[in-house]
Design a protein around this ligand. Sequence first.
Ligand SMILES: [Zn+2]
Length: 135
Amino acid sequence: MYRISKSVSFCYGHRLLNYNGKCAHLHGHNARAVITLESVSLDACGMVEDFSVVKRLVREWLDREIDHTLLLHKDDPVLPVLQAAGERVKVTEENPTAENIARMIFDYVAGKGFPVTAVSLWETETSCASYRPEA
Ligand SMILES: [Zn+2]
């Protein structure tokens, strides 16, 4: 089995509902996503996938959906105010935790047909959440 990983950095804002801690307040993170792809065989160039292709795919989606954007739960009471003010907001069904952001990235990359097996989201230098589907 071959495995490659590509890192992409971005920043986002969020806050968590029903949470007792720092992330209950509006704030931002400089995050890094690590996208892992696996394949039992290599392409004609000897690669699982070209790193630059993975980077471009994820970068474009992040720029469009998450980078410099506030991720807020659909029930967050501050949502209407920020939307009315024209702020960049992405509404999420679940709390916008690192786990759920990793899952969002995973679902996008998988939906594009890439052999992604896991996505890790480094929310800080020392805190990382990962998503991989059950085997
Ligand atoms: Zn946070």
